[in-house]
Write a protein that binds this ligand. Structure first.
Ligand code: 8YV
Length: 330
């Protein structure tokens, strides 16, 4: 009997979904259970034909060195800045991610964070829990309005578009900036107008970041970009932390050049810039934008489908539903 392929699952996910892998493969989840070290991850990859990974797992030249059998990496997540795609492609490793299934949930969360920042919900709750509420007062914790304001979206992919569609119900004017302008039909459907980067910064009352992280977007929101924003504006980030220069953001908030921020992602996460923790007007969440139960299950399920297909099994054998480097084996 020929040996079954081996797959590595890098962290505990949903057992009932991940369990589908056992129909085709020997599943190594040992490193996962022990919360793997980089060395354990590399050792697991050296034995593996495929792997199910998350943003906790950088996969590049160092990790795949010696992983002679490795043919597939399925990333649980739409963002894949943890994968060195050129390196994986050169090694003939089929990579995949989980787009679409998380779009609406992530857009919902972007709105929740933006509204929490604008209306000071985090700050208000802390104040209440700390026992400061002695008497109702007319002027406490006044925030900025969301309805009727100008929404700025930086990055107009699937999630950016889903955020834009929601803005209609709030009577907002929506501006966006993107690497390339969207077709007119999509702009119309999203009721969003394309503007240049500087224009977006200067005109948005609420700016939300939904663009991929890359060397080009590293610290795109730096001191100069923040200086272009309006002092009453809010900034929300559900993309990747490295897009914002966090010290410049703290400077802007401390000097009253920006009203508030909502952050779900951080440059050094899970470690936080200590200055961020000191900002009253920042709502902080621990990278949970896609974190509804149904969506996280759908993400894992899609990643499992991708892995099974990329390794040549199941109904989509050889054709994973959401590949990142399709064609590398042609
Ligand atoms: C995931 C995310 O939780 O999809 C993304 O890019 O940032 C989150 O939805 C994360 O990627 C899990 O690996």
């Amino acid at each position: 009997m020929s040996e079954r392929p081996r797959v590595w699952v890098s962290q505990p996910l949903f057992d009932d979904i991940v369990g589908r892998l056992a129909e085709y493969f020997e599943v190594n989840a040992t490193a996962a259970v022990t919360q793997h070290s980089p060395e354990a991850a590399n050792a697991a990859l050296r034995e593996a034909d495929g792997a199910l990974v998350t943003l906790n797992d950088p996969i590049g030249a160092a990790q795949i060195a010696g992983a002679a059998k490795l043919r597939a990496i399925a990333n649980v997540g739409v963002g894949y800045n943890n994968l060195d795609l050129p390196v994986l492609s050169a090694a003939g490793i089929l990579a995949s991610n989980t787009p679409d299934v998380l779009t609406e949930t992530t857009a919902d969360f972007g709105w929740a964070l933006m509204m929490a920042a604008a209306r000071r919900i985090g700050e208000a709750e802390r104040w209440l829990r700390e026992g400061h509420w002695q008497r109702w007062s007319f002027d406490s914790l006044l925030g900025g309005d969301v309805h009727g304001a100008t929404l700025g979206i930086l990055g107009m992919g699937r999630i950016g578009q889903a955020i834009a569609r929601r803005a209609n119900g709030f009577g907002m004017r929506t501006l966006y900036h993107n690497r390339s302008r969207l077709p007119e039909t999509v702009e119309r459907e999203c009721a969003a107008s394309y503007v240049g980067f500087d224009d977006l910064l200067g005109r948005a009352d609420h700016l939300i970041l939904v663009l991929p992280y890359s060397p080009q977007s590293h610290h795109l929101i730096d001191a100069a970009a923040l200086a272009r924003m309006q002092p009453h504006a809010t900034l929300t980030n559900i993309a990747r932390g490295g897009i914002i220069d966090e010290d410049a953001l703290c400077d802007a908030l401390e000097q009253g050049r920006l009203a508030a921020a909502g952050l779900d992602v951080y440059e050094g996460e899970p470690r936080l810039n200590p200055r961020l923790l000191q900002q009253r007007r920042v709502v902080l969440t621990p990278h949970i934008a896609s974190g509804s139960l149904a969506t996280r299950r759908a993400m894992v399920s899609l990643a499992v489908d991708n892995l099974i297909a990329a390794l040549g099994y199941g109904p989509d054998a050889g054709r994973p539903p959401s590949p990142l480097n399709a064609g590398i084996r042609d």
